[in-house]
Design a protein around this ligand. Structure first.
Ligand code: UN1
Length: 500
């Protein structure tokens, strides 16, 4: 066994998840750090998949009757366990997704944060009382638990995406069946072990939190299953376009968090030092593998040279290498496919007339897929710029007037996150106004990535329209019941209808 495999096994042992190498395991788990095998898991069969969903449905039927503040105690236990095991789970994220140590820990912190939010929310799942036109009547709305929630998560946030859904779903009275990315199965297994322990401590029904292991066929079974009331899917737009019509065909609900093609406008008044730091974190953090990663800069022609020079200098000192080294800022790409997509996009952008400012080189060091983050100065917004390449590849576009910048900004199919660097209040306010950014997230003087969990997270257009995490995103996991109660002895009808 390699050192990484041994470390993985030890971590999973401490999380209470058992051995990563199971008998007859057909799914090979690898670390992107060096490509080494760190586990083998067994796929669920179609019958097992159906049983897991059936058990979740039975668990839901009990759980929905537990008072919401009591349900919150389960999520509180989960949050406590995440605090206790933050280092281990964070390291597992680094080992399996290739995130640097600080980002692995940050991912677990994001899980703790959503647990805290959900525990408070468990006493705040309130509906409205609405004035009725009928005397002696009262109209109100209640929010009831929805059912089994199917969660499909991507490799890049291998556990946090589950928690944004699951922590809310549990306090809302739902059961959760989770189909994680095949690239990050062990992190899911470790996380699920903590959820199971929290469930034992809080005495929740068996099967309330379940994991589905397998490839897309297992995912499809879940997507097509009528017992799954809501499918919350995070991943590529291509995946979303397959999932959404299947769920719609049975008139189920979806919550979609799909691709982004996030930009930053850099205006003449921008604090350039701040802009460089914000851009580098957003474009290069997580090796450009966040759905919120910065992929396009739209910079005013008067400051372009200065900005690009600042970025080039910063890019050329980035420490690239094993994410487990504390000094590393750029870890590996997740796999060979991501590595090839990066190379192909760099080549395409250059053949479209793009000028490679820095980076773009690739190396397969020690079996891992490492790249030098690239900046490409583009003459215009060509098709490759409009596509989401899930890698640290930043395109630079130039503008001369603000309306042109906004038009370029919105002229992509995706609508997740966005930002502007400016000290001009008119530009800043216009950017966040109705005629500005068309994204679900629009920031001023920070990059597009790194949202905190208190706000609703998600985007428009091909990003799918879903909202997770904070604000009132919890409503997606509940069903609304409008109730009119007559406490009089009369039967007045709405709209003045007479009917004797
Ligand atoms: C994702 O990449 O799927 O805003 C989500 C951010 C993180 C979430 C990213 N809080 O960058």
């Amino acid at each position: 066994m390699t050192d990484i495999a041994t470390r993985t096994k030890d971590i999973l042992g401490r999380l209470g998840a058992g051995d990563p190498f199971v008998a007859d395991g057909d799914l090979i788990c690898r670390s992107p750090i060096d490509g080494s095998e760190i586990g083998r898991l067994k796929s669920h069969t179609p019958d097992e998949t159906s049983d897991i969903i059936g058990r979740a449905q039975s668990a839901f039927e009990q759980w929905r009757t537990v008072p919401a503040p009591v349900r919150g105690q389960f999520v509180r236990e989960l949050g406590e366990l995440l605090r206790e095991h933050k280092e281990d789970l964070g390291a597992l994220v680094s080992i399996e997704a290739g995130k640097i140590v600080s980002e692995g820990l940050g991912e677990v912190q994001e899980m703790i944060d959503i647990c805290d939010l959900a525990v408070g929310l468990s006493r705040q799942l309130h509906g409205l009382t609405i004035a009725t036109e009928r005397p002696g009547h009262r109209m109100m709305e209640q929010w009831h638990p929805l059912g089994v929630i199917g969660v499909i998560s991507a490799f890049n946030f291998p556990v946090a995406v589950w928690s944004w859904n699951a922590a809310l779903a549990f306090v809302c009275g739902d059961a959760v069946v989770w189909k994680p990315s095949e690239k990050t199965l062990l992190t899911a297994v470790g996380c699920q072990a903590l959820a199971a322990e929290a469930g034992r401590r809080a005495g929740v029904p068996d099967g309330l939190s379940a994991l589905l292991i397998g490839d897309r066929t297992v995912g499809e079974l879940m997507v097509d299953d009528r017992r799954v009331a809501l499918v919350s899917a995070t991943g590529s737009t291509r995946m979303g376009k397959e999932v959404a019509p299947r769920v719609a065909a049975r008139l189920g609900r979806t919550l979609l968090e799909l691709g982004g093609n996030n930009a930053a406008i850099v205006a003449p008044s921008a604090d350039l030092d701040l802009a460089v730091r914000g851009i580098v974190f957003s474009a290069v953090g997580t090796a450009g593998q966040r759905c919120t990663s910065l992929r396009r800069i739209i910079v005013h022609e008067s400051i372009k040279d200065e900005l690009v020079a600042g970025l080039k200098a910063a890019y050329e000192t980035l420490p690239i290498g094993s994410p487990l080294e504390s000094s590393t800022l750029v870890g590996p790409l997740v796999d060979e496919q991501a590595f090839s997509a990066f190379g192909a996009a760099v080549a395409q952008a250059q053949s479209d007339g793009g000028d490679l400012v820095t980076g773009g080189t690739q190396s397969e060091s020690d079996g891992g897929f490492y790249v030098h983050p690239a900046i490409i100065d583009m003459p215009k917004q060509t098709e490759i710029v409009k596509a989401e390449t899930f890698a640290p590849l930043l395109y630079v576009l130039t503008y001369s007037d603000f309306d042109e910048a906004l038009a370029l900004h919105n002229d992509v199919a995706q609508g997740l996150s966005s930002s502007i660097f400016t000290l001009n209040v008119r530009e800043a306010e216009t950017f966040v106004s109705v005629v500005g950014s068309d994204c679900g997230i629009a920031n001023v003087n920070i990059g597009p990535s790194g949202a905190e969990i208190g706000g609703a997270f998600g985007g428009e257009k091909e990003t799918g329209g879903g909202r997770e995490s904070g604000s009132d995103a919890w409503r997606a996991y509940m069903r609304r019941s409008t109730n009119t109660v007559n406490y009089s002895t009369e039967l007045p009808l709405a709209q003045g209808v007479e009917f004797v």
